[in-house]
Design a protein around this ligand. Structure first.
Ligand code: ZN
Length: 370
């Protein structure tokens, strides 16, 4: 049995440009133009993960891989032709904006298709047994994107595209998506909301983004009733609360669903130092959450990179996760471990979070999901 960890990346994914945002935001006058173009979803957080892996040597222990871009036929399994046509035309014309907070520059369409292609290849490689598990450093991210409406930095729904490509080969495939990006996985939820062959679980800061989705009451519809699980958490949850959610809700739900593959929609924006949310996780939290899934699946899993906006902390969160996925002995010690530990919720905070998780457990027990 293979024990390798595939790592799918492409330099062009770092070239996805939100710089066009400068033309959309009110820069000029008294507003100084921003170096990144003003978009938090900047290349550095992702590039610096890859850089850190190169510096520590972890990348030499992984199967560093490229992948072809998703084809139009691949994209059409999720996105309507009318959307793809508009996207491609605007991309060819130099970039633009098709939704909400999804600016793109020249070749934005091709780079988004490349990003989806990385996730497709990661999924295919694990299903084929080429790798035990695999990580796709996908950019732009995908989990907010609906079939015809991009939002939240997401232009194509990478994971949904990869699932449908896999199901085109094996229609009986059952997949579970565990979305621990700190924002609600609204796009992936919407795409699979009526289906019972894809379980979607989202752990997120309650109403951080989008502000009107992600409620605990949204549990799927029709055949998909019970195949969507939203776990909204209050701001301030840290290591203890996140592991509590994994052990008491996510893992039991996964065990009951018994999928052929688990895909993690892997955002690192629940970290303590993320500018776009208010959670308090550390690299060790992401390592332990990864371990919990691997203990259930025998190590088999795919991770697709989503959000995460701390240039300092995302690389260490990702590195810890990949250490766990690969079983490598190489370590990148958390440079903020002591500071982070000292900022975790106190006993009163932990008790409050425990109560929130108790309520979630009661809700999903009553619904028969765990
Ligand atoms: Zn996010």
């Amino acid at each position: 049995m293979t024990t390798t960890t595939g790592f799918y990346w492409d330099e062009r994914c770092f070239w996805h440009a939100g710089a066009h945002y400068a033309q959309l935001a009110a820069v000029g006058g008294l507003v100084q133009p921003m170096v990144s173009g003003g978009l938090p979803e900047a290349p550095e957080t992702k590039r610096r993960l890859k850089n850190l892996m190169d510096v520590t040597g972890l990348s030499t222990e992984l199967a560093m891989s490229r992948a072809p871009a998703a084809t139009r036929a691949d994209l059409l399994r999720i996105h309507p032709a009318s959307y793809l046509d508009r996207f491609e035309a605007m991309s060819d014309a130099g970039g633009g904006e098709l939704g909400l907070r999804t600016p793109f520059g020249p070749d934005g369409y091709d780079i988004a298709a490349q990003s989806a292609g990385l996730v497709m290849a990661a999924v295919a490689s694990v299903l084929a047994g080429t790798h035990r598990n695999a990580y796709a450093l996908s950019r732009p991210p995908g989990h907010h994107c609906l079939p015809d409406w991009p939002n939240g930095f997401c232009l194509l729904n990478n994971i949904a595209i990869a699932i449908e490509a896999a199901k085109a080969r094996d229609p009986d495939l059952r997949v579970a998506v565990v979305d621990w990006d700190v924002h609600h996985g609204n796009g992936t939820e919407a795409i699979f909301y009526d289906r019972d062959d894809v379980l979607t679980i989202s752990v997120h800061q309650d109403r951080c983004y989008p502000i009107d989705t992600g409620d605990v009451s949204a549990m799927g519809r029709g055949a998909g009733q019970g195949a969507n699980m939203n776990l909204p958490l209050p701001p301030g949850c840290g290591h203890v609360a996140y592991l509590d959610v994994m052990q008491r809700l996510v893992i039991p739900r996964l065990a009951a669903f018994d999928p052929d593959l688990v895909i993690v929609a892997c955002g690192f924006d629940a970290s303590n130092y993320d500018p776009l949310a208010r959670m308090m996780c550390s690299p060790e939290t992401f390592r332990q959450m990864t371990k919990a899934i691997m203990d259930l699946t025998g190590g088999r899993m795919v991770a697709a990179h989503e959000g995460g906006y701390s240039e300092v902390y995302v690389p260490f969160c990702g590195h810890a996760m990949l250490e766990e996925m690969s079983g490598s002995a190489i370590r990148a010690p958390d440079p903020l471990a002591a500071r982070n530990a000292g900022q975790q919720p106190d006993a009163r905070g932990e008790a409050f979070h425990r109560g929130v998780v108790d309520d979630l457990v009661a809700h999903f027990r009553a619904a028969g999901q765990i």
